[in-house]
Design a protein around this ligand. Structure first.
Ligand code: DGL
Length: 282
């Protein structure tokens, strides 16, 4: 007779399932902007283990070619797969617009992307005019065009590319004179055209939300996508029975592809915690 395992109630498949469930979720962005998404994920799903990759060395993606962004996204995804992730969150509008399809084609785990919140923006606007702030590549993307056609047929969508803003967040210049000048340049024309809602179509911009709000005024609604992405991740993990059943707080591991000290300092300040950041060598 074969000896029964000590915990006979737990089968091999239960154990395999538990170890998959406790595996980390991978989250990446061209830089530190995706921390605005990571904080919402951590708030909603505190028991999940998370790995965050800031590709600061190669930011901004918004000025790069499609091929470049796809290649970087695949390299980062492969690094995360070696860490055994159970799901991947592309916490970057630009990488979602340019690379989410190829990631979904090549990966066998669920991949969650994000996109500018056109649909909620249309619902919230009273003037029927909304502004979208995003990187050049997101603004030009087919994805944004399709979203606009689908959800905003009766709303005027003013799509504003914002070169330079990602760099301001990467440098932690959230309220500097130059940053405010750039924000004025990008937002005031939207207000002149009667926009009452501004969509932050780049995950770096929530870190500028306070500065944007003081410039455009408190009456203008500002929408970001961190929370809906966290909710989508929660739905997906439940659907595939991948949610971590542990009641302990999850661990978060941080990587940055840039070894410049300033990036680590900025990352700590944006995360509001004294975190350890490893160098990403891919
Ligand atoms: N956080 C990225 C996004 O959401 C910024 C892209 C970039 O690096 O240009 O689009």
């Amino acid at each position: 007779m074969v000896d029964k395992p000590l915990n006979s109630a737990q089968t091999d498949s239960d154990r395999a399932n538990n170890s998959t469930r406790s595996a980390p979720v991978g989250v990446f962005d061209s830089g530190m902007g995706g921390l605005s998404v990571l904080r919402e994920i951590h708030l909603l799903l505190p028991h999940e283990n998370l790995i965050y990759i800031a590709d600061s060395k190669h930011a901004p993606y918004g000025d790069r070619s499609t091929q470049y962004v796809q290649q970087r996204s695949l390299e980062i995804a492969n690094f995360l797969l070696k860490k055994n992730i159970k799901s991947l969150v592309v916490a970057c509008n630009t990488a979602t617009a340019l690379a989410v399809d190829i990631l979904r084609e090549q990966l066998t785990i669920p991949v969650i992307g994000l996109e500018p919140a056109i649909k909620p923006g249309v619902k919230m606007s009273k003037t029927g005019v909304i502004g979208v702030l995003a990187t050049q590549r997101t603004i030009e993307s087919k994805r944004l065009h399709c979203l606009t056609v689908k959800h905003a047929s009766h709303t005027k969508v003013l799509a504003q590319a914002c070169p330079g803003l990602v760099e301001k967040v990467e440098a932690n210049h959230l309220d500097h004179y130059d940053t405010r000048q750039l924000i004025k340049k990008y937002t005031l024309p939207l207000l002149e055209q009667n926009a009452d809602t501004i969509i932050l179509g780049c995950t770096h911009y929530p870190f500028l939300q306070q500065t944007i709000s003081t410039i455009v005024g408190r009456d203008i609604q500002i929408i970001e996508t961190g929370k809906p992405v966290a909710q989508q991740l929660q739905r997906v993990l439940h659907k595939y029975k991948l949610n971590n059943a542990s009641q302990k707080n999850g661990n978060i591991f941080f990587y940055n592809s840039s070894n410049i000290n300033q990036h680590s300092n900025t990352m700590r300040q944006l995360w509001h915690n004294d975190i350890t950041i490893k160098l990403l060598s891919v």
